[in-house]
Structure formats: C-alpha cells, structure tokens
Design a binder for this molecule. Structure first.
Ligand code: GN1
Ligand code: MG
Length: 378
C-alpha cells in the first residue's frame, strides 16, 4: 500500500523542512524510511517507521516501553560519556507530544533520530565485529539492570515461549492449508525429533535458577550500530521487542545471527556452519559486560541458548511457510522454507560442537575483566 510519507512527516516535530523519504528494505516486520529534512542549509535525517500492528497488537504499549528504555539509556550513558549519550536513539514526538502518530487508516507511525556516521552489518565479517556486537548487547542489558519499576510490558505475549511456538506449528501442520508440508518433510521430522529442546528453560525459570530480566529480544547483528570510522559500538537499535525476558535468549539470538558467516536465507547450506572463532568472540564480548551479574545457570546455558533460539526460529519460519507466509515478509517463492533450512543446518552444527563451545563460554566468563577484578580484590 502506498503511503503519503510527506504528509505523515508533517505530523512530527522535525527540525527542518521535509525533502525526501527513502525506503529501507531491511527488517521483516515494520516499514522503514529514512527522512531527509533541511534547516538553514543543514541536512537533518530521521528514521520513520510504520509499526506493524498485526504483529504488535498494542503499538502504544510498545512506544511506552521504548520511551522509558531510551530515556533511561541516555541518562545512564551521559553520566560517563555525554558524547556517546548524544548518539543513542531518541523518540521524536508527534505534534502534540505523543510518542507516535495514528493516521486515518489506523496505521501507527513513529520517528527516531538518525544515527549519523555509523554502520550496521548483516553478517559478521570478522571476530572483532562479532565481539563488539556482543559487547554492545551485553552493555545494553547491563544498563537496564536498574530501570526503575514498574516492569516493562510484554508487548508480544509468549514471544519466546518455545513450547507454545511448537504447539502452534503442530496446529498449522495439521491444517496444512497450502499443501506445503510435503515439500518440508525432513524439516518437519527434525522438529519432532528434537522437540525436547523446547522445555529446558521453562523449567529453569520455574525453579528460579534463571531470572527474568530486561531483554532486547531481537539481538541480530544488524541491530547494533558501529562508528563508521573506528568500528566501535555506538548504540543498539530496533527496540520493539524490549521486554521482560531472558539473557540466555539474547545471547542465543546473537549466536544464531553472528556466529554463522552465512545469511539467514542462504541456499548453499555448505556455508551454514557455526564458526568457532566467531562464537568465541561473541562469548568474550558478551561476558565482558554481563559477567558481573549473570547467575551460574545463565552462564552455563549460553550455548544451549544458541541452539534453542535457532531451533525456535526454525519453528517460526516453518510455521509461517506452512501457513502461507503471513508473518514474515518474503521476497521469493519458498523463502520461509529456505530460512527454516538454514536454521536447521545451524542447529545441527551447534549440536556437533556443543561440548567444546561450552568450554569456550566458561573460559570467556572466567577471563572477563569484571570477573578478574572481583577475583583479584577478594
Ligand atoms: C523479525 O523484523 P526483524 O527482522 O527485526 C522478528 C524476530 C526474528 C527475525 C528473524 C517482532 O525481526 O523475532 O528473529 O525477524 N521480529 C518479530 O530474522 O517477530
Ligand atoms: Mg526487530
């Protein structure tokens, strides 16, 4: 559907005159545009997004979470690094002060500042990049450990409720309304053979060994912005799914997207493997920021988190394939099936190396700077 972006932009308190809107195609859920404006010969850019309200059923709740989180992050960062604080995401209010604008068709729009002189990567190009991305997500989590109450809202209930995701898959498989199950037999069998993966964390949370914290819940490598000149992390973006959640899930999604050199929809499955040096870098980066506050059970389930989230993502892609591509944007026939296949291959690769990966995580936490400080001062 075509939207009159210039007209929508007029509903926000932008610092300049609207010049142009360029669509950004990354992302499977929301629609994103870069807005260019000018004021006294100076260009000011913004990011405009239409929130997918089929996925986020209560966009106002999403924005409430995001405003609280962005304000807290900025305040926390400005204590030590005002320059970095000025490069964090800020919600630009709509005219009248609301955090988003609702158009006559019922779409919800929001605007962020554009983070200049920063880049994102869709795939990890080096262990150094993986380490920095993981450090940023760990940093994000550590900055939110003291977010004042009340708890954030759960904007997508059961987002990482893997057993529920599996039930949903079974329902869709039973209906098979598009007659696609026949094309996905090995993938369907794999899910049933490995279903035990789904339950493990629920039991640890119920037993109190793994606490519910504030999680980002979409820790893809391309949700970290890095300074274009230095490569140092600047900020974490895509805050729609920030909600009460598990640190293990956040590390898990990092493993899924940053420990494998191939894209999420790579068709050449020989490229889809868990790369040990990328994985080790991720563990080191994450441990450097979170070693101080994670529990032993969290630390010892990080590799499991990678396996679980990749397995869960496979369930989600396969479910959507069978249902007829209703949730994720697709760009070719069988796109969701291709995505499910890469996830399956990656789960297999993690399983093959699980023991040695656990050793790497344990070492990363032992060697993390914070653990060392505590050990040396006790
Ligand atoms: C979706 O839209 P995007 O790419 O930020 C999805 C994530 C998935 C991801 C898979 C709200 O995120 O959970 O991991 O696709 N977001 C939602 O690439 O479902
Ligand atoms: Mg997202």
């Amino acid at each position: 559907m075509k939207h009159d972006i210039a007209a929508i932009a007029r509903h926000f308190n932008l610092g300049g005159e609207f010049v142009a809107a360029t669509p950004v195609t990354a992302g499977h859920i929301n629609d994103t545009y870069v807005l260019t404006t000018t004021a006294r010969g100076k260009t000011i850019r913004y990011v405009l997004q239409r929130i997918n309200h089929h996925v986020f059923k209560d966009p106002l709740q999403v924005m409430e979470n995001i405003v609280r989180v962005t304000e807290h992050l900025r305040a926390r960062v400005s204590r030590n690094d005002p320059e970095l604080a000025s490069r964090q995401l800020v919600v630009i209010p709509a005219v009248g002060g609301a955090a988003c604008f609702r158009d006559a068709r019922g779409n919800f729009w929001r605007v962020y500042n554009f983070i200049e002189h920063a880049v994102t990567y869709d795939t990890p190009e080096s262990p150094g990049l993986a380490r920095e991305a993981a450090r940023m997500f760990g940093w994000f989590q550590s900055l939110l450990t003291d977010l004042p109450k009340p708890p954030l809202q759960e904007t997508i209930p059961g987002f990482h409720d893997t057993p529920r995701r599996f039930e949903c898959f079974q329902e869709v498989l039973k209906a098979d309304i598009r007659n696609r199950a026949a094309r996905a037999r090995p993938e369907i069998d794999f899910l049933f053979q490995n279903v035990d993966i789904c339950r493990v964390l629920a039991d640890l949370v119920a037993g109190g060994e793994v606490p519910v914290r504030i999680a980002h819940y979409d820790t893809k490598i391309n949700n970290v912005m890095l300074d274009s000149a230095t490569g140092k992390g600047v900020c974490v973006i895509d805050l729609d799914t920030v909600m009460p959640g598990l640190s293990i899930h956040d590390f898990g999604d990092l493993v899924r997207t940053a420990a494998c050199p191939a894209a999420e929809d790579e068709r050449d499955l020989s490229k889809v493997v868990l790369d040990v040096s990328l994985f080790e870098a991720l563990a080191q980066g994450f441990a450097a920021e979170t070693g101080r506050f994670l529990t032993p059970a969290e630390k010892s389930h990080m590799v499991f988190g990678g396996k679980l989230i990749t397995f869960e993502q496979m369930i989600r892609f396969l479910t959507d394939y069978l249902a007829g591509d209703l949730y994720y944007k697709v760009h070719r026939e069988g796109h969701n099936l291709d995505r499910a296949r890469t996830q399956m291959k990656l789960v297999q690769s993690i399983i093959e190396q699980e023991e040695s990966l656990n050793g790497l995580v344990a070492r990363a936490f032992q060697d993390s700077p914070q653990t060392r400080i505590e050990r040396d001062s006790s």
